[in-house]
Design a binder for this molecule. Structure first.
Ligand code: TAP
Length: 459
């Protein structure tokens, strides 16, 4: 069996493993199997590539693998669950940067080849450059190292148009005369463009940006595959690119946005907006009083958000849910598609705490039932329950579907202060007549409610 034939067989097997891995990742029940399958596919592809005759010097390869592997393992062990989204953003950036380096070396060692190759190289450095810097900015926003709100300045759109035009013209020049200085300028401008593309995108739209960057990182891997004639990179890159686009579409639909509006509209400009009308006082409630209301409730909807992840309150929440059920109360969990900081964030946390999947309800399914709920308990959620999105055209989250917590007879909001959520806007729900704030760390508050239930059962 010749080397090329062997490589192609292994690459096909790897691609099949990736495809099935992704399929299994579609459900929480099979997600672990999906991860193992995809990782096995990647392991097989790496081993086969190392065994291929093209590798001349293993010393550098192993040094890179040890350095990258140790750094990756260290970061993965250290990262808390709440830091996953920013880590994912950074990993997209690293993937894009790796592809750019491969393109760079391929260009310096082999030149550009035919026109198809030159176009692939050009697209690779443009998309790779902007994905790298865009992902770094997304990481900064998600980790709150840079302000999460929209950053706008006068002439920003014109500057962006200028950069895009320059990248286009330089691209044409590169096709005709692929000089090294053009390569470097195009790469530099693409990196700058990545920064300007992501900084105007504000809080609530970050989920879409992350999935778009995910898609771009796949496209770069694909174009790099064309540059170095590697079938597996082309296949895997296309899969990631297509997946990212589908995820972005799902996100946009969930948030009632168009993708062009998110990417080019800089629409998420965030204003610290005062609650419309006369300024009211938010009313707070003690845990003891909240318990008395919950003890008499027949139907409770729990609405988790990012604060539940920060507080790691999911186990206490499950315990509270079980105690309510024991008290003949119907308990449901309402899951907003962008609650938390990554797709499926709340599902993962509640699954970890062994909350039954049957109790989790998607936004569209729970909203018609909200009017029948005696109590909606909002646990560390903010933007995803802000009623301003339904009627306030000046709000940055206008049009984004929310969980209608305000329609419940009584709403409890568990959070530490009146601080805003990720979108940086005030929440008018907190001032509604049927809303009571229970201030404190979500885990401690829920544990205190659990303790009240337990002590009442003993008496
Ligand atoms: P947010 O609107 O971000 O609000 C979270 C709230 O949790 C904060 O207001 C905070 O208030 C509270 N909190 C933090 N730590 C807490 C603790 N230990 N105990 C109690 N409360 C705590 O969360 P959300 O409603 O889940 O909305 C998610 C937001 O993130 C949306 O704007 C969404 O667009 C964005 N986003 C989502 C994703 C994905 S894919 N899900 C990705 C990127 C961005 P206090 O400080 O007062 O406690």
């Amino acid at each position: 069996m010749n080397n090329e034939f062997f490589m192609n067989i292994v690459y096909i097997v790897s691609s099949v493993l990736f495809a099935f891995g992704l399929k299994f990742l579609g459900s929480p029940v099979t997600a672990r199997r999906g991860n193992i399958l995809s990782a096995s596919g990647m392991f097989l592809a790496i081993v086969a590539t190392l065994l291929s005759a093209h590798i001349i010097n293993f010393q550098w390869v192993f040094m890179g693998m040890i350095m990258g592997g140790s750094l990756g393992a260290l970061v993965a062990f250290k990262a808390a669950m709440t830091q996953m989204p920013e880590m994912i953003a950074l990993l997209h950036g690293c993937g894009a940067l790796a592809s750019v380096f491969v393109d760079w070396i391929a260009y310096r060692v082999n030149g550009v080849g035919d026109l198809t190759n030159t176009i692939a190289l050009y697209l690779s450095i443009v998309i790779g450059g902007l994905t790298f810097t865009g992902s770094v900015i997304a990481w900064g926003k998600l980790s709150e190292n840079i302000p999460g709100k929209s950053i706008l300045f006068t002439g920003q759109k014109w500057l962006n148009m200028g950069i895009i035009t320059a990248i286009g013209i330089l691209g044409l020049m590169f096709m005709m005369h692929p000089a090294y200085h053009l390569f470097l300028i195009i790469l530099g401008l693409s990196c700058i463009f990545g920064i300007f593309l992501v900084i105007p995108i504000g809080g609530a739209d970050m989920p879409v940006v992350i999935s778009v960057l995910n898609s771009y990182s796949g496209v770069v891997a694909c174009t790099t595959g064309f540059v170095i004639h590697n079938t597996l990179l082309i296949v895997v890159g296309s899969i990631v690119g297509a997946n990212g686009i589908i995820l972005s579409m799902i996100m946009c639909k969930a948030m009632n946005r168009s993708i062009t509006n998110v990417i080019f509209g800089a629409f998420g400009s965030v204003v610290k907006k005062a609650v419309s009308g006369e300024k009211k006082e938010a009313k707070s409630l003690s845990v003891e009083d909240a318990f008395l209301i919950l003890e008499n409730a027949k139907s409770v909807v729990i609405i988790p958000g990012y604060g539940m992840a920060v507080a790691q309150a999911q186990h206490a929440v499950r315990e509270l849910g079980e105690l309510l059920e024991k008290n003949s109360c119907d308990v449901k969990y309402a899951i907003h598609p962008v609650a938390g900081r990554m797709p499926g964030h709340m599902n993962v946390l509640l699954a970890e705490a062994n909350v039954s999947y049957d109790q989790l309800m998607e936004m569209d399914a729970i909203n018609p039932l909200m009017e029948n709920a005696d109590v909606a308990i909002v646990i560390g959620a903010n933007d995803v329950v802000n009623p301003a999105s339904r009627h306030d055209k000046s709000s940055p989250i206008y049009g984004m579907p929310i969980i209608n917590a305000d329609k419940a007879k009584t709403v409890f909001v568990l959070k530490r202060s009146m601080a805003t959520g990720f979108a940086g806007i005030e929440n008018e729900l907190f001032y509604y007549d049927n809303c009571r704030m229970i201030f404190g760390d979500a885990k401690q508050t829920v544990q205190a409610l659990v303790a009240e239930f337990k002590s009442s059962q003993q008496h």
